[in-house]
Design a binder for this molecule. Structure first.
Ligand SMILES: Nc1nc2c(ncn2[C@@H]2O[C@H](COP(=O)(O)OP(=O)(O)O)[C@@H](O)[C@H]2O)c(=O)[nH]1
Ligand SMILES: [Mg+2]
Length: 561
């Protein structure tokens, strides 16, 4: 064991260790991100994240004592030769079958328990699994216990199915050993399509220049240098690069040591997944960006929305009716009693809108539930103004958000558009317009009007009686005089004049009070309509902004190594 530790120190590259709990926390953060953006962002953009979460969950649940290392490369680079040499299949009693191209073969060092579950998941058929029996080698192979080596099909195979199989496996294994040979090490395909893609997996990438024996010994360093330069361009600066010779055990020592170190560290699986998280986070970054999430829709656009809602809800029509209804009702209460009855016959302006009529004449409560006001439907102009105002709310709220979000915010703002007309109508019907109470001064003025009318009627009766008595030759009434004028005449004329005067004086007061009643109703209706806007437009927008903030925080947590 001390032997292994010594070798591990010797070849240790200084890659940071990945803490399993920290990795699990990062994966949880990716999961939180996915929950936050569910239904808001296009599913296609989220496929890599979903794949990662599922894959990582499974890999971590399977054996962490095993390290799955794949030999990947172009046809003829020597993958199978390296595989056989490491597995010593020629010597193994079960190793009579030589791996064939196109099928992935696996060799397991040490106990099979756990390895089989891993290989089931990776999809290597049992008949393509070999076991390195440690009993045969005494202690020689113990340093590789826990290694599962895969010989992948050629990634440049003419068969599409082989290439797909390679891509699938490269997504699952813990570490990849890229095998290149002196002829093809600079081929574009391996660099552009594969190595470059692994630049976030530097810690689990190893490159071997196989068939080094085919080069003149003096050439090897030059080729390695050239390959190193290419790897730097691929973003793989610092990955271990070794020369190997599969046909000579001495040419395998470096690779063997590297594999022993990988197995001893038990870090490859975690590092691979950490690299996957890095890749996924980098891919999602532009979906969330670094913009600070807006707190909510801004005041200007909300005011615009409230105005448009009030227009569409018919608030101006209702408040105008309130003013007229006030005058109507005040007139009926304070007018000259002779014409009051006639006024009452005229319909109340609010009742015409099916809104609560005069006190004691409330609309049927059941009626207000179905919200059947007769407030005129919004005009096309009002409807489009409302549409624009909702758009403006969404646009302003999404100003700083990355391109993927404004669409989601707009959809949220419009999500309940269909329910708005009914909600507004119900709200208008349910708003106390402030006309229920009959003001005291109406009753006072009304009382005065009755008194002066009574005086006029008494005066008239008195005069008529006096006239009748005189006509019948009966003794005349003794009319008290007020100055030069008889009292009945004073009563009649004074009563009539006082009635007209009170009516004339009351009219401007009623007009003023009607305007105030209108303003009051306007305030109440606007406030209630704003509540509807809040519930039906702003809340859904805020929910999306909240999701954005959650997604952003989650992605930050996921990015934290
Ligand atoms: N001289 C020499 N030949 C090798 C070496 N590795 C593989 N070969 C030969 O290269 C050919 C292709 O090897 P193979 O392992 O089948 O490559 P694969 O297609 O990557 O699996 C075979 O004829 C091997 O014998 C090596 O290190 N040195
Ligand atoms: Mg092969």
């Amino acid at each position: 064991m001390s032997n292994i530790a010594g070798r591990v120190r010797e070849v240790f590259r200084g890659d940071p260790r990945v803490d399993a709990d920290a990795l699990i926390a990062r994966l949880d953060a990716v999961r939180r991100f996915l929950t936050a953006v569910d239904g808001l962002l296009p599913d296609a953009d989220l496929v890599p994240a979903h794949t990662l979460v599922e894959r990582a969950g499974t890999r971590l649940a399977l054996s962490r004592d095993h390290t799955v290392v794949a030999l990947a490369g172009a046809t003829g680079s020597g993958k199978s030769s390296l595989f056989n040499a490491l597995a010593q299949l020629e010597l193994s009693p079960v190793g009579v079958r030589r791996p064939t191209t196109g099928v992935t073969h696996a060799c397991v060092w040490g106990p099979l328990e756990g390895a089989n579950h891993l290989l089931d998941w990776i999809g290597v058929l049992p008949r393509h699994r070999f076991v390195r029996e440690s009993a045969l080698d005494a202690d020689d192979e113990t340093a590789l216990h826990g290694l599962i080596l895969l010989d992948l099909p050629d990634f440049d195979s003419v068969q599409r199915s082989h290439r797909l199989e390679v891509d699938r496996l490269l997504g699952l294994v813990d570490q990849v050993v890229w095998v290149v040979d002196p002829q093809k090490y600079a081929d574009r395909v391996i660099h552009d399509s594969y190595l470059r893609e692994f630049h976030r997996h530097r810690e689990v990438t190893l490159v071997v220049l196989n068939q080094a024996d085919r080069l003149p010994p003096a050439e090897v360093p030059r080729v390695l240098e050239d390959l190193r330069r290419l790897l730097d361009t691929d973003g793989l600066t610092g990955v271990p690069l070794l020369a190997t010779t599969a046909i000579d055990p001495a040419g395998m020592v470096g690779l063997r040591n590297a594999l022993e170190r990988t197995v001893a560290e038990r870090q490859a699986a975690l590092r691979r997944l950490a690299g996957d998280v890095d890749t996924v986070v980098a891919g999602l970054d532009e979906l969330v960006g670094s913009a600070r999430p807006a707190g909510g829709p801004d005041d200007t656009s909300v005011n615009g929305l409230n105005r448009a809602l009030a227009g569409a809800a018919g608030v101006p029509a209702v408040t105008e009716a309130v003013e007229r209804a006030y005058r109507h009702r005040a007139g009926a209460a304070t007018g000259w009693p002779v014409v009051r009855g006639w006024r009452r016959l005229r319909p109340d302006p609010l009742r015409r809108l099916h809104l609560p009529g005069p006190a004691g004449d409330q609309a049927d409560p059941a009626e207000s539930l179905v919200a059947a006001t007769s407030v005129p439907d919004p005009t096309a102009a009002q409807r489009s103004a409302l549409g624009l105002a909702i758009r403006a709310v969404a646009d302003r709220a999404a100003t700083d958000l990355p391109a993927a979000w404004p669409g989601a915010v707009t959809s949220a703002a419009r999500s309940r558009l269909g329910d708005l007309p009914d909600a507004l109508d119900r709200t208008i019907a349910g708003t106390d317009l402030g006309l229920d109470r009959r003001p005291l001064w109406w009753r006072l003025v009304g009382g005065v009007q009755w008194l002066v009318t009574l005086a006029a009627v008494v005066g008239l009766g008195w005069l008529v009686l006096g006239y009748a008595l005189r006509a019948l030759g009966l003794p005349a009434l003794d009319n008290p005089m007020v100055g030069q004028v008889p009292l009945p005449t004073v009563l009649l004329l004074g009563g009539l004049l006082a009635g007209l005067l009170v009516a004339a004086l009351t009219r401007p007061v009623v007009r003023l009070a009607a305007r105030r009643a209108r303003a009051r109703a306007d305030q109440r209706l606007t406030a209630r309509v704003a509540q509807v806007g809040d519930e039906y437009v702003l809340t859904p927008v805020r929910t999306v902004l909240g999701s954005y903030a959650q997604a952003r925080d989650a992605l930050r947590d996921a990015a934290r190594r």
